[in-house]
Design a protein around this ligand. Structure first.
Ligand code: GDP
Length: 364
C-alpha cells in the first residue's frame, strides 16, 4: 500500500491529527477496523462515495474501501540530520514513505509553546526542509564514494547512478530539494532507488484554530502561497476539530460540520489530497458478496492492476471485462450495462481508468 509520513516540528498538532485520523468512523469503515501495525502506524479507509453507490446497485453484502497508511513520524527537530532529537531514527522512517504530509502550526495559542518561540509556518517549513536536504547531502556524499569505485570498475548501472547522484547533489548544494531535479523517464527507476528524503512529494497541512477551519487564516494563506510557488499541495485543517469529530458517529459528525460551515471532514480532504499527490486512482470490483475499491497509480495497465489483488491475476492475465463507473450506474449494474453494450473486453495493454469496474479473467 501507499504510505504517507506525517512530519512537523514538535507541538504543531501531529499526534492530535494522527489520532483523529485513525480513530474516526470512516477509518474504521466496514470490514476494516483500524489496525495498528505499530504504535505510530495506522491504516485509514479512503472515502469514496462511488463505492457505496456500486454496493447499493449490486446489493453487495460488504463494502471494502481501499486504504492508505499514515505514519506519525515524531522527533523531527532542528539538527535532526546531525542526530539531534530522535535523529536518524526519524530519517529512516521518512525514507520508507511515498509522500510527506508536513503539519504546520497556523494556530495561535499562548498555552502551547512553539519550539522557536514564535508562530511562523513558512519558516517552520524551511527548517524541516533544510534538515531533509542536509540528510540527503550526507547520505549522497557517502554513497558517491562507493559508486565512483564501481564506475571505475566499469559497472554500467553505476554510471547512471553516479550521474543522478551528482545531479541531486548539485541541487541540494543550492539549498534546494531533490524534488526539483528533472528526471527523464528512463532514469526514474534508479532515481527512486536513491530514496532521497527531499525528493518525496509534500503536502502541507495547515493546522488552524477551530473557528478558522472553514476560512483559513493569514498564516495558512502564506503557506498556500509557498506551496503554489513550490508546486506542492496544501490543505487547511483544524486538528482539534478532527479530534472532536473522531469521537462522534456519522450523523452527529455531519451536524457538527455544518454548524462549523464545513462540507466535509478535513481528514477526508487530507486523505484525498494525499491520493492526488501520489497520482493514485481507484478501480472497483463489484459482486453480490462484496464491493471493493483498489488503489493503483495513474497509468497502470490492466495486468498490473490485477496484480494489486493477487500476483496470480497478473501472471495469468487474459482480459479484463470493463464497465465505466457512470455506465454501471446508468444501466443499473453489470447485467444492464452488458445488455446495453457497455461492457468492454480489454487486453494486456489497456490503461485502467479511475472508476472502472473490472472483472478479471486469468489462467491459473
Ligand atoms: P505534536 O507534538 O506535533 O504531535 O503536537 P500535539 O498533537 O501533541 O499537540 C501539541 C499541543 O497543541 C496539544 O496540547 C494540542 O492540544 C494543541 N493543539 C493541537 N492542534 C491545535 C489547534 O488547532 N489549536 C489549538 N489551540 N491547540 C492545538
Amino acid at each position: 500500500g501507499f504510505r504517507m509520513g506525517i512530519v512537523g516540528l514538535p507541538n504543531v498538532g501531529k499526534s492530535t491529527l494522527f489520532n483523529a485520523l485513525t480513530k474516526t468512523a470512516a477509518a474504521q469503515a466496514a470490514n476494516f477496523p483500524f489496525c495498528t501495525i505499530e504504535p505510530n502506524v495506522g491504516e485509514v479507509a479512503v472515502p469514496d462515495a462511488r463505492l457505496d453507490k456500486l454496493a447499493e446497485i449490486a446489493k453487495s453484502q460488504s463494502i471494502i474501501p481501499t486504504r492508505m497508511t499514515f505514519v506519525d513520524i515524531a522527533g523531527l527537530v532542528k539538527g535532526a540530520s546531525k542526530g539531534e532529537g530522535l535523529g536518524n531514527q526519524f530519517l529512516a522512517n521518512i525514507r520508507e514513505t511515498d509522500a510527506i504530509a508536513h503539519v504546520l502550526r497556523c494556530f495561535q495559542d499562548d498555552d502551547v509553546t512553539h519550539v522557536d518561540g514564535r508562530v511562523d509556518p513558512v519558516s517552520d517549513a524551511e527548517t524541516i526542509e533544510t534538515e531533509l536536504i542536509i540528510a540527503d547531502m550526507e547520505s549522497l556524499e557517502k554513497r558517491l564514494q562507493n559508486i565512483t569505485r564501481k564506475v571505475r570498475g566499469g559497472d554500467k548501472e553505476a554510471v547512471q547512478q553516479e550521474r543522478l547522484m551528482k545531479a541531486a547533489l548539485a541541487m541540494l548544494e543550492e539549498g534546494k530539494p531533490a524534488r526539483l531535479v528533472e528526471v527523464d523517464a528512463e532514469d526514474m527507476k534508479q532515481w527512486k532507488m536513491l530514496q532521497l528524503l527531499s525528493s518525496k512529494p509534500v503536502l502541507y497541512v495547515c493546522n488552524v484554530d477551530e473557528d478558522e477551519a472553514a476560512t483559513g487564516n493569514a498564516l495558512s494563506a502564506k503557506v498556500a502561497e509557498m506551496a503554489a510557488a513550490q508546486g506542492n499541495a496544501h490543505v487547511v485543517i483544524s486538528a482539534k476539530i478532527e479530534e472532536e469529530i473522531s469521537q462522534l458517529d456519522a450523523e452527529e459528525a455531519e451536524m457538527f460540520l455544518s454548524e462549523l460551515g464545513l462540507e466535509e471532514a478535513g481528514l477526508d480532504r487530507l486523505i484525498r489530497a494525499g491520493y492526488e499527490l501520489l497520482h493514485l486512482e481507484t478501480y472497483f470490483t463489484v459482486g453480490p458478496k462484496e464491493a471493493r475499491a483498489w488503489t493503483i497509480r495513474t497509468g497502470t495497465q490492466a495486468p498490473q492492476a490485477a496484480g494489486v489483488i493477487h500476483g496470480d491475476f497478473e501472471k495469468g492475465f487474459i482480459r479484463a471485462e470493463t464497465i465505466a463507473f457512470d455506465d454501471f450506474v446508468a444501466w443499473g449494474g453489470e447485467q444492464g450495462a452488458k445488455e446495453a453494450g457497455k461492457m468492454r473486453a480489454e487486453g494486456k495493454t489497456y490503461t485502467v481508468k479511475d472508476g472502472d469496474v473490472l472483472h478479471f479473467l486469468f489462467n491459473t
